[in-house]
Design a protein around this ligand. Structure first.
Ligand code: UD1
Ligand code: CA
Length: 487
């Protein structure tokens, strides 16, 4: 149910200079999802009447990601006046004129905050009747954060930014989490009074708190239970810490859901991945994007799957796969590279040092060793000998290799595409298949072997091999002589 009295503003207009990145800060990923999208997902869980997202730096890129994640979000452009206060001022101007409820402001760079914490904050705000309620946190290292300044009796007095704080204020360990609920009218009134007279020359949203209090309104700060939930991401060190924190939660969630994870510290699972009961994930494994794994499959060690579908009971060891489908009970690796468009049907095998791309390997078919299978369709019950190469590229364009059912190819074959091998056919070792092979035929393309007797002694005189040849010849001659005498 929508809460008609709740509007959410997501602040996403900052420059993110501390990331030192060509990518906008809020579009860096955490568990496979852009930072800002985590915040949008939490916002949506609260069912607000409206979500407004304020953008400015790299406006198009950021707005595209926001709209893709939450199409209903209203995109608000921040003008040249910098600061979180200005961002909220412009968002509030875009609220429906008759809106008289509460405005929940979320920093776009605080991705681990959960909806339950926010629900409680909104409830506290509404129960107390305060004009503003701030989420705070006691942190071990408050560097960079705004500090919560309380009166001697413990009431919230104001927020001071790190850059503007006195030495005494810097020693305060309660920080502003960047999450606030305001009554819209009180907020509107005080936004108009913000100045840029501070260390950063910005309109600080945080100044609204002190202004409200000076105007006689009640304001409150509510500490969050666990400080990691409100950690802001400003640089890449904080990004990796938050990513590790979130990953630990994701791994634990799957463990409690029936997935065996041997080593949570080296297992990375995106938020967008789905795992069934009794999946086993071995150390050094990354599961990314839209990957799904069915029950009883074993993934890893040392495996990266991106946007893959893995069937029941399959095994994938030391492999790297993207946009691949791995069928039930199929086996992949160790040391396999599955590129986009690979479909390995049930009970199939892609073995050691095998690369595949845009290919279907039919039920029970095996590509066990040292092969490249690109743009190839393979039927059922096929075995490709070691060292098979689908030569799919003729310098101009790609062609397909089509292999029927129950085909067995010899070791070290080259299939020069476009080419077809019919059902039940066989090929000899070292064959270069340039022409179609009919069903159930044997294809040989290599010239018959010729042995030239005595070649080494004649052509490599003085070598150890020639000496071996000479001794063998003498022994043979002596043997022939004695046989002649006996006879
Ligand atoms: C802000 C708070 C600080 C708090 C901290 C919590 C202010 C003035 N300070 O500091 O008290 O402890 O968050 O993480 O609010 N943004 C805009 N427009 C702007 C500037 C920023 O939309 O003009 C957005 C950013 O994209 C970001 C968020 O607001 O998502 C916070 O901005 P940031 O510059 O990171 O603020 P902090 O210095 O971390
Ligand atoms: Ca920040």
């Amino acid at each position: 149910m929508t809460d008609p009295n709740l509007a959410i503003v997501v602040l996403a207009a900052g420059q993110g200079t501390r990331m030192k990145s060509a990518t906008p800060k809020l579009l860096h990923h955490l568990a496979g999802v852009p930072i800002v999208s985590h915040v949008l997902a939490t916002a949506r869980e609260l069912n607000p009447a409206v979500v407004l997202a304020v953008v400015r730096h790299e406006r198009d890129q950021v707005a595209d990601v926001i709209s893709a994640h939450l199409p209903a979000a209203v995109i608000v452009e921040q003008d040249h006046v910098p600061g979180t206060g200005r961002a909220v001022e412009q968002a509030v101007a875009d609220l429906p004129p008759d809106f008289s409820g509460d405005v929940l402001v979320l920093n776009g760079d605080v991705p681990l905050l959960d909806a339950d914490t926010l629900r409680e904050l909104v409830e506290r705000h509404r129960d107390s009747g305060a004009a503003a309620t701030v989420l705070s946190s006691i942190v071990p290292d408050a560097t960079g954060y705004g500090r919560i300044v309380r009166t001697p009796t413990g009431a919230l007095d104001r927020i001071v930014e790190h850059q503007d704080a006195t030495a005494a204020e810097l020693s305060i360990d309660e920080i502003n989490a960047g999450v606030y609920v305001f009554g819209v009218n009180a907020l509107r009134d005080q936004l108009a009074n913000l100045s840029t007279d501070n260390a950063q020359g910005e309109k600080y949203l945080t100044d609204v708190i002190g202004l409200l209090r000076r105007a006689g309104s009640e304001v409150a700060a509510v500490p969050v239970d666990e400080s990691w939930k409100v950690e802001g991401i400003n640089d890449r060190a904080q990004l990796s810490e938050a990513a590790a924190r979130l990953n630990a939660l994701i791994v634990r969630g799957w463990q409690l859901n029936g997935v065996t994870v041997h080593d949570p510290a080296t297992t990375w699972i995106d938020l967008t991945v789905t795992l069934a009961n009794d999946v086993t994930v071995l150390p050094g494994t990354q599961l990314k994007g839209a990957t799904t794994v069915a029950r009883d499959a074993v993934i890893g060690p040392d495996t990266t799957l991106t946007d893959c579908e893995v069937g029941e009971g399959a095994s994938v060891r030391r492999a790297d796969a993207t946009l691949a489908v791995i069928g039930a009970r199929a086996s992949v690796g160790p040391f396999a590279y599955l590129r986009p468009g690979t479909v390995l049907d049930e009970d199939g095998k892609i073995g050691t040092f095998v690369e595949t791309k845009n290919s279907r390997i039919g039920p029970g078919s095996k590509v066990p060793h040292l092969s490249y299978v690109g743009d190839t369709t393979i039927g059922r019950g096929v075995n490709l000998g070691a060292g098979a190469i689908a030569a799919n590229y003729d310098d101009l364009t790609k062609h397909r290799t089509q292999i029927g059912d129950e085909v067995h190819t010899g070791a070290h074959n080259v299939f020069v595409a476009p080419v077809r091998i019919g059902d039940g056919a066989k090929t000899g070792a070292g064959a270069v298949i340039r022409k179609d092979v009919p069903a159930v035929a044997l294809a040989l393309s290599v010239a018959p072997q010729r042995n030239i007797e005595g070649w080494v002694e004649k052509n490599r005189p003085g070598t150890a091999a020639a000496e071996v040849a000479r001794r063998a010849r003498s022994a043979q001659e002596a043997d022939d002589g004695s046989q002649r005498q006996d006879g």
